[in-house]
Design a protein around this ligand. Structure first.
Ligand code: HEM
Length: 392
């Protein structure tokens, strides 16, 4: 990876002084009686963070487009994005009280690099997950708190595993759902999703609720870049999860609710993921391949084998969706948010809307993924039941 010396210097700062200042601020906020209070605490550190970061940003802005390629631009976008997210977290900016970002240089840099890459001008999940390069074992983070590393690492494991499940199901698209050798990719997909469930379980057990809620999650708030406000990053900003939705057939690209969600997340993903998702949107789902074969082929060995494997994969996927909502979202967001008063709740969700709206939207996704018996949403409940009935 070829990086300019200014890009490297910024990256070094993000991995060292930036982390130290954020960690010190988090420890100070956390030691207060009201942990959600940020204003008036550690002001001298906040200003140091703002000014040191600005000096790097100004240098990079003056350097302009170095033509160093994707890796370099991607690194700058992640770093300037993390810098802006930290300024938001420490209340040096707040989209609710401003019409444009007070950080002009950082906004210009993020807009320039984001537009040139074809990504939103802010840090994305991939910066802290699948493209978070470890240096001597240390990956990039906002703080050095153990709970942030638990969160980043298990999120990344979940993403890697879901992506490999999606890779496996994609190979079935090419083999055809009636292929007798589809057992290999179905088994790989099922195993990968089972491993996601184990990773989520570890996360649920090891992550400290208070630390996550007060010291990790606030870096994922929406913030303004230039005039526009951009939602926060979330672990779902990669194509694999939607490839699984579409290939299993539990969500459809022509369903207006789901299509809107795909459009909204496009720029939060790596360009390579955007291309994968676009291609996947043109495929027929495995469910829609299997259903028309029931009447003519249900008696065959290959149908019985592949329909059963499909259903087993669907079942673990449904379990993982239920686990995300009923355990992770509930334990780490819904329950602790219940203890905060209204004003402190602002900006708790990464995507921006009020918590009740966000929870309703996440519930719809969970119910699509488990093909729930819910007539008010597009659910494959009856189709899954039909396939189950055809399997001995
Ligand atoms: C402490 C752990 C976690 C919590 C509290 C959590 C919470 C949330 C919340 C609140 C959202 C809605 C967007 C937002 O405002 O952020 C979301 C989205 C999402 N999360 Fe998580 N999450 C966690 C871990 C994970 C992990 C490990 C994965 C798997 C890779 C994951 C996958 C997703 C996906 C795919 C979405 C996008 C919506 C969807 O398509 O379902 N999350 N999460």
């Amino acid at each position: 990876m070829k990086l300019s010396s200014r890009t490297q210097a910024f990256d070094r700062w993000i991995r060292t002084a930036f982390v130290e200042m954020n960690t010190e601020l988090e420890n100070r906020y956390f030691a207060q009686e009201r942990r959600s209070d940020v204003l008036g605490c550690g002001d001298e550190i906040k200003l140091q963070l703002r000014d040191e970061g600005r000096a790097h940003v100004i240098e990079l802005l003056a350097e302009g487009n170095t033509g160093d390629g994707f890796d370099s631009a991607f690194s700058v976008l992640g770093n300037v994005g993390m810098y802006l997210a930290a300024l938001r977290r420490h209340e040096l900016t707040n989209p609710a009280r401003e019409t444009r970002s007070p950080f002009l240089e950082a906004s210009s840099l993020a807009l320039h690099v984001g537009a040139s890459l074809g990504m939103a001008p802010r840090f994305a999940t991939s910066h802290l997950a699948t493209r978070n390069r470890a240096v001597e074992g240390v990956r990039k983070s906002f703080t050095s708190l153990a709970d942030e590393f638990i969160f980043i690492d298990e999120n990344t494991r979940g993403i890697l595993l879901l992506q490999s499940a999606a890779d496996a199901l994609t190979t079935i698209v090419h083999l055809g759902a009636s292929s007798p050798v589809a057992d290999v990719p179905f088994a790989a997909a099922k195993r990968a999703v089972q491993d996601v469930i184990a990773s989520n379980q570890r996360l649920a057990e090891r992550l400290d609720v208070q630390r996550f809620f007060y010291c990790v999650r606030p870096y994922y708030k929406p913030y303004r870049v230039g005039r526009q406000e951009y939602r926060g990053a979330n672990a779902g900003d990669f194509s694999g999860i939607n490839e699984l939705d579409l290939l299993l057939g539990v969500c459809r690209a022509n369903d207006p609710y789901y299509a809107q969600l795909l459009v909204d997340k496009m720029l939060f993903m790596l360009p390579a993921d955007q291309a994968r998702l676009r291609e996947c949107m043109t495929r027929t789902s495995l469910l829609d391949e299997l259903l028309p074969l029931i009447d003519t082929c249900a008696h065959t060995d290959w149908f019985q084998q592949n329909a059963l494997l499909y259903l087993e994969t669907f079942d673990v996927y449904a379990q993982s969706a239920i686990q995300h909502h009923d355990i992770l979202v509930k334990k780490f967001i819904e329950v602790p948010a219940g203890t905060l008063e209204e004003a402190a709740l602002e900006g708790i969700t990464a995507s921006g809307p009020p918590l009740s709206v966000l929870l309703g939207a996440l519930e719809i996704l969970r119910d699509m993924r488990r093909a729930a018996d819910r007539p008010d949403i597009t659910s494959r409940y009856h189709d899954i039941a039909r396939l189950r009935a055809a399997v001995h």
